[in-house]
Design a protein around this ligand. Structure first.
Ligand SMILES: Nc1ncnc2c1ncn2[C@@H]1O[C@H](COP(=O)(O)OP(=O)(O)OP(=O)(O)O)[C@@H](O)[C@H]1O
Length: 311
C-alpha cells in the first residue's frame, strides 16, 4: 500500500461574515489513524469537504498524495470517503446501492461482495436501507468508502450514534486499515470517541488549529503523571506502591490513582510484591479534560476578540 499523506495548508473558507475555516494547516500521515476533533461547528466537515473537492477554499489548499482531489482520474481508487451515512435512499437494497456506486466509479462488481463481508453486512445485503439501524448505515457508508480499495480514508463522524458493540468494531476496523499502511482520517466532536482509536490528533476550534499532537504525547502531557490501577487486593497494592515511593489515593472499591511512579514502575512494584492487578492505565479522564480546556480557552479567546458566541 503506497503511503499517501494529506497536506492542508493555510486553508480558509468563509460563508458571508463567518470564517468557518481560518488559515488551517496540518498534515495526516499514512499508516496511522488521525482523529480530527473539535466541537460542533468547529469547521471539521467544511475542511473535509474541501479536501474532497466538494467546496472551494477561499484561500490555501488541501492535497492528497501531493495532488488536488479533483485531479484524480479515478478518485474512489485513491480516496474513500464517508460524509453522511444518512444520504442513501431508504428504498434501496444495500447491495444495489454498492453496485450502483461500483458501476459509477468503474469498480468491478466483485468488490461489492468483498466490502459487504468486510464490514459485516453480507447477511443483510438484500435488505432495504430504510430498515437499517444507524450503526448498519454507518457500516454501509464505510463499505462504500472501501469499494475502490483506496489508500486514503476520510470518514466524517463514523462513530456518531453507534452502540458500544459498534464502537468496539469500528475501533478495531480503523486500526486494522491503518496497520495495512492506509491513511485514515476520522472526525468526531467527542474526544472520548477517538482517544482509544487514534494515534494522532488534530484539534480545531472555530476553524483554527488548537493542537496537532500524538495521543500518547498529549496523554503524557496532561495525565500529570497519574496512573490508574485496578486491583482486587487494594490494601496490599497501597502498601506495595507506597513502599516504592508512590503517593496513592483510593478512588473506588477496586481502583487506585497513583502519582510519583510511571506506569512501568507501578507494574514492577506490584509484580515484585506479588500483588494481583487487572488493569493499569494512564489517567484517561485527563485527555477529555485537556480537550475541554483547549476548546474552552479558545472560546474565551474568541469572546475577548469581540466576535461573539461559540457555535
Ligand atoms: N453551506 C454553508 N453555509 C453557511 N454556513 C455554513 C455552511 N456550511 C457550514 N457552515 C457554518 O460553518 C461552520 C462550520 O461548520 P462545519 O459543519 O464545518 O462544522 P463541524 O465542525 O463539522 O460541526 P459538526 O460537528 O456540527 O458537524 C458552522 O458555523 C456552520 O454553521
Amino acid at each position: 500500500m503506497p503511503g499517501f499523506a494529506i497536506e492542508v495548508r493555510d486553508l480558509t473558507k468563509r460563508y458571508g461574515a463567518l470564517t468557518a475555516v481560518d488559515g488551517l494547516s496540518f498534515s495526516v500521515q499514512a499508516g496511522k489513524v488521525t482523529g480530527f476533533v473539535g466541537p460542533n461547528g468547529a469547521g471539521k466537515s467544511t475542511t473535509l469537504r474541501m479536501m474532497l473537492g466538494l467546496d472551494r477554499p477561499d484561500a490555501g489548499d488541501a492535497r492528497i498524495g501531493g495532488r488536488h482531489y479533483r485531479t484524480f482520474h479515478e478518485p474512489a481508487r485513491t480516496v474513500g470517503a464517508l460524509l453522511d451515512a444518512e444520504a442513501v435512499h431508504p428504498g434501496r437494497r444495500a447491495v444495489d446501492h454498492l453496485l450502483w456506486m461500483a458501476r459509477y466509479n468503474g469498480i468491478p462488481r466483485s468488490r461489492v461482495t468483498a466490502v459487504l463481508e468486510q464490514v459485516g453486512l453480507a447477511a443483510v445485503a438484500r435488505k432495504r436501507v430504510g430498515g437499517f439501524s444507524l450503526g448498519m448505515r454507518q457500516r454501509l457508508g464505510i463499505a462504500g468508502a472501501l469499494l475502490g480499495d483506496p489508500p486514503v480514508l476520510i470518514l466524517d463522524e463514523p462513530v456518531n450514534g453507534l452502540d458500544p458493540e459498534g464502537i468496539q468494531w469500528i475501533r478495531g476496523f480503523l486500526r486494522s486499515l491503518a496497520a495495512e499502511g492506509r491513511t485514515v482520517l476520522v472526525s468526531s466532536h467527542l474526544m472520548g470517541e477517538l482517544q482509544d482509536t487514534a494515534d494522532h490528533l488534530v484539534v480545531i476550534g472555530r476553524g483554527r488549529l488548537l493542537a496537532d499532537t500524538g495521543v500518547a504525547q498529549l496523554l503524557e502531557q496532561v495525565s500529570g503523571g497519574r496512573t490508574e490501577v485496578r486491583t482486587p487486593a487494594r490494601l496490599a497494592a497501597v502498601d506495595a506502591l507506597a513502599n516504592a515511593g508512590a503517593t496513592v489515593a483510593v478512588t473506588g472499591p477496586d481502583t487506585l490513582t497513583v502519582t510519583g511512579l510511571d506506569p512501568e514502575r507501578v507494574i514492577a512494584a506490584l509484580t515484585g510484591a506479588g500483588v494481583p492487578f487487572t488493569g493499569i492505565a494512564e489517567h484517561r479522564a485527563a485527555l477529555e479534560d485537556a480537550y475541554m480546556a483547549l476548546t474552552r480557552e479558545h472560546t474565551t479567546f474568541a469572546t475577548t476578540d469581540g466576535d461573539g458566541t461559540w457555535t
